[in-house]
Ligand binder design. Structure first.
Ligand code: FAD
Ligand code: UDP
Length: 371
């Protein structure tokens, strides 16, 4: 008889949330994690008394009251409103695109002036429905903003021309005709006071966790340990890339310590020109309500191409990859009594943390109801 009810592959937010819910209902879970720590990409590590987001800045935001209640019942969150600055060749602009940006770009001080300006630039599309990211961006904010604040950043981030990217990516960002620099529209937003690792540790409390354990390398042995598997790694890797490899984007980080308490005056700066090799610089202590450190840690984010065997960060949700994913999904659906896929890699979705939690809670419910 297997030792565990569930083998959970991956200790990121998805795996940890499923483990938490299953354990609450008396299920025996073994979580295996190939890295040397839990938390996946939301892992934070303390450096100089500062919670450093090791795999990129993470701001928790959600419109789902249930998700907010769920996370705040586990750990305390500091309120935080993300208001990044864009740096285009040394000129600074507020983000997301709002009246402050329109004033800085064109001197438009009223919503009517800004709407007229954008409408005049939108005309180049001749009323056609945007077919790619470039057209979508011009339809939303006009060519000047596209040229200075979107094109360079996006092409660095995704490694391809904006004409070859789906319009959906740019629709993530709000466009507002008010003087409001809040990067998100969601009613709930914050940062865990003790870092995200604390949240993951709370979620995994009571589950057995094996670190430095790659499922792919120990598949046969691990499969014997549990009746069912929740898989949060790459779906294509699980199936030995039998239909070919899905594409991902990778990011690498350079973390620097400076002998000052305030290096850039804001948590996030986006570098929107093509020449600066990094997309963002993150000053982690700016996310914290209280920090007595005498130093500061700043991380520079370098987008890179991805190859099999490297750490995948962003799924590339264009038509080609979505079609390929569908084939893996069909295979997975025919296997539904044994293995369940979820999370950013398992479901090949550009999910935010709240969407990950919501889908993990749904999967746990589905698994418990099935019994
Ligand atoms: P992951 O965190 O990737 O966890 C998967 C885990 O599985 C990893 O720990 C991995 O090591 C492990 N694993 C994979 N394969 C195997 C295997 N074969 N064997 C064992 N273990 C395996 N979301 C927000 O809401 N707000 C933000 O501000 C935000 N910023 C982001 C910034 C960046 C740079 C990135 C990349 C993402 C950001 N996100 C943000 C998204 C957020 O990171 C994800 O929604 C979330 O971390 C996904 O959790 P997950 O468990 O699905 O995946
Ligand atoms: N983006 C941009 N300029 C910016 C910020 C974002 O063009 O200054 C575009 C870019 O294509 C990016 C997308 O908007 O991939 C979504 O941005 P978001 O900040 O949500 O990116 P994430 O945090 O997911 O990396």
């Amino acid at each position: 008889m297997p030792l565990y009810d569930y083998l959970i592959v991956g200790s990121g937010l998805f795996g940890a949330t499923v483990a938490h819910e299953l354990l609450k209902h008396g299920k025996r879970c073994l979580v295996v994690e190939k890295r040397g720590h839990v938390g996946g990409n939301i892992f934070t590590k303390e450096l100089e008394g500062i919670h450093v987001h090791q795999y990129g800045a993470h701001i928790f935001h959600t419109k789902y009251e249930d998700v907010w209640k769920f996370v705040t019942s586990l750990v305390h969150f500091d309120s935080y409103i993300n208001s990044p600055i864009a740096n285009y060749k040394g000129a600074l602009f507020n983000l997301p695109f709002n009246m402050n940006t329109f004033y800085q770009m064109w001197g438009c001080a009223t919503p009517i002036e800004a709407e007229r300006k954008i409408e005049s630039q939108r005309r180049e599309l001749l009323g056609k429905t945007p077919q790619n990211l470039e057209e979508q961006a011009i339809a939303l904010v006009g060519r000047d903003i596209y040229q200075k604040l979107i094109k360079g950043y996006t092409e660095k981030q995704w490694g391809r021309d904006c004409k070859d990217l789906p319009a959906s990516i740019i629709k993530r960002l709000p466009v507002r005709y008010t003087y409001d620099n809040n990067y998100f529209n969601d009613p709930y937003q914050g940062i865990p006071t003790n870092g995200y690792t604390d949240l993951v540790i709370k979620l995994l409390h009571g589950s057995e966790v094996l670190l430095n354990t790659d499922f792919i390398k120990r598949r046969n042995e691990l499969l014997n340990l549990a009746d069912q598997i929740v898989y949060t790694g790459q779906i294509d890797e699980y199936y030995d890339y039998c239909f070919g490899s899905l594409e991902y984007r990778r990011v690498s980080f350079q973390h620097k310590i400076f002998n000052t308490e305030n290096f850039q005056g804001v948590a996030v700066i986006n570098y929107t020109d093509r020449e600066t090799p990094y997309t963002r610089s993150i000053e982690h202590r700016q996310f914290m309500r209280q920090c007595s450190a005498k130093k500061t840690v700043v991380s520079y984010e370098y987008p890179e191409s991805w190859a099999i065997g490297e750490e995948p960060y962003y799924p590339i949700s264009d038509d080609k990859n979505n079609e390929l994913y569908k084939r893996y999904r069909q295979l997975a659906d025919s296997n539904q009594d044994k293995v369940f896929f979820g999370g950013r890699l398992g479901s090949y979705q550009y999910f935010n943390m709240d969407q990950v939690i919501l889908s993990a809670l749904n999967l746990a419910k589905q698994l418990l109801n099935k019994e």
